[in-house]
Design a protein around this ligand. Structure first.
Ligand code: SAH
Length: 217
């Protein structure tokens, strides 16, 4: 992937500085984020703010997450080069584009066809050939493609969805925001071992809820 177009070296330095300041230390994650032009995933006049550390609106009333949160989630997921990764909540496709540089293969799914269609266009334009985008209800995962080494959920569930737990390999990791309300959520790291699952709380977060079914758009 080429360098982000249209941003100054100062903007890029500031972007990386903010990521480090918020705790993104993994050099592979920082390199992947440095190479991924967030501006390619944001439409209209918000594109000028793509290098600020804030969430921004995208189509279908959804949001592209804050870069530092993307960085911290990716870091917690600890993706290895041979991994197959499932992402629930394609949104703009920004997170999937970062994962595609760290993993062998990425499946990303969203319930809005509008979003998956737009994301696919950007992946093609950027030459990201190891990402597959599908329109599905992500709560059920992708049983035909699993089990997965890593699963990243970018919408908040009340509990980690059962089908996703089942589609995690032994030794695999799932990172998922969990919470009963829109305001109080925790990012949880779930690791599957021979006997069951280990849970680790990472940080408080705020994501849109994981919704049931496929959306109309
Ligand atoms: N990862 C995205 C941001 C995700 S926003 C990015 O990098 O831009 C959360 C996304 O989760 C929204 O696009 C929403 O449509 C999607 N979503 C919510 N519930 C879902 C479900 N059950 N299945 C699939 N996608 C879902």
């Amino acid at each position: 992937m080429t360098d982000p177009a249209g941003i100054t070296p100062e903007q890029k330095m500031q972007f990386l500085f903010q990521l480090r300041q918020k705790g993104v230390m993994d050099s592979r994650v920082l390199t992947a984020m440095e190479k991924t032009d967030r501006g390619a995933f944001v439409r209209g006049h918000f594109a000028t703010r793509a290098y600020e550390d804030m969430p921004l609106p995208i189509s279908s009333g959804q949001t592209i997450s804050q870069p530092s949160v993307v960085g911290l989630m990716t870091q917690a997921l600890d993706v290895q080069p041979r991994d197959t990764v499932l992402e629930i909540g394609t949104g703009s496709g920004y997170q999937a584009a970062i994962l595609s540089q760290l993993a062998r293969r990425v499946y990303t799914i969203d319930r809005h066809r509008n979003l998956t269609r737009e994301a696919e266009v950007v992946f093609t334009r950027l030459g990201l050939v190891n990402v597959t985008v599908l329109t599905r209800d992500g709560s059920f995962g992708l049983p035909d493609q699993g089990p997965f080494d890593r699963i990243l959920v970018t919408a908040a569930a009340e509990d980690p969805p059962g089908p996703l737990m089942q589609q995690l390999k032994v030794g695999g990791v799932m990172v998922v925001p969990v919470g009963q309300s829109d305001t109080v959520q925790s990012l949880i790291k779930v690791t599957r071992n021979d006997a069951g699952f280990d849970y680790e709380e990472i940080m408080p977060v705020r994501f849109v809820p994981l919704m049931e079914g496929i959306a109309r758009d």
